[in-house]
Design a protein around this ligand. Structure first.
Ligand SMILES: Nc1ncnc2c1ncn2[C@@H]1O[C@H](COP(=O)(O)OP(=O)(O)OP(=O)(O)O)[C@@H](O)[C@H]1O
Length: 259
């Protein structure tokens, strides 16, 4: 088992508030890990730190690339994305006026560096690549049962489908790590159950690492092989779903909150 992402003594202060406090964690390749915690625990801030949206106050984040360890501190978000890290956001961020297919194609083409001459003069190779990308996008959408929605504008999709499209867009960049911020937020129980199956299937079939923030405990307990629990910015516990469910401090801080 290889560690893909390693976080050491990570701290993020916003003025006088410490939103993330001395966090140590790691993500191995090919595993599904959940990050849970009460509202305001620092989960989204931690995601933002890992994906370069904000810079840490101190501590280190290291990614294992194909050529060795890469420090991510201070690296721009687009560079981190190019290393193979994709994310979805709590609030849906699709191109609402574009079709489903175009939303995915835009994410995919970020990965293809076509020869400038090929694309400007529309040489045959350009069309071949374009057809291949299009086919890949359609295959991906099929997995998510969206093959009949290709020409729909994103804004016209039902809410649950928009959330699924966000995940497809993340996958379209061929990530090594996919960060999902509350993928089931606002979904009904049936949609959540479908999504749980899909995330499981995708993680398994694509052999990627998934880190997900989620408030839906059934989804977390069914999906994750390991769980990190944050409380007031600090890690309260780490363990398997069973260990977390039986952890007194977690029950008090988080699960107890819902009881
Ligand atoms: N840009 C910011 N400036 C100041 N304070 C911030 C900023 N971003 C987050 N915070 C604060 O940091 C703390 C952690 O917030 P964060 O959004 O990371 O929590 P969370 O665990 O994701 O919560 P939720 O489950 O409600 O989404 C909160 O007290 C929040 O108000």
């Amino acid at each position: 088992m290889t560690t893909l992402l390693n976080v050491e003594d990570l701290i993020k202060n916003f003025g006088g508030l410490t939103a993330v406090s001395d966090v140590n964690m790691h993500l191995n390749d090919d595993e599904l890990v959940a990050l849970i915690g009460p509202n305001g625990a620092g989960k989204t801030t931690l995601f933002n730190l890992l994906t370069g949206v904000i810079v840490p106050s101190s501590g280190s984040i290291t990614f294992r690339g194909s050529d060795g360890l890469i420090p991510l501190n201070g690296m721009k978000a687009y560079k981190i994305a190019n290393l193979g890290m994709a994310r979805t956001f709590q609030n849906i961020r699709l191109f609402k006026e574009l079709t489903v297919l175009d939303n995915v194609l835009i994410a995919m083409t970020a990965n293809y560096r076509e020869n400038f001459v090929q694309s400007v003069f529309r040489l045959p190779k350009f069309y071949k690549t374009e057809a291949r990308i299009r086919q890949e996008a359609i295959e991906l959408l099929k997995i998510f049962d969206m093959q009949d929605d290709l020409d729909q504008l994103a804004k016209n999709l039902p809410y649950g489908t928009q959330r699924r499209l966000e995940i497809v867009r993340g996958l379209a960049t061929k990530p090594k790590i996919l960060f999902l911020d509350e993928p089931a937020a606002g979904m009904n129980p049936e949609e959540t159950a479908d999504l749980t199956r899909l995330i499981q299937q995708v993680q398994h079939d694509f052999h990627i690492t998934v880190l997900l923030i989620e408030h839906d405990m059934s989804l977390v307990m069914n999906l994750a092989s390991r769980i990190y629990v944050l409380d007031h910015g600090s890690l309260l516990a780490e363990g398997t779903p069973k260990e977390i469910q039986n952890n007194d401090a977690v029950i008090k801080a988080y699960l107890g909150e819902e009881a």
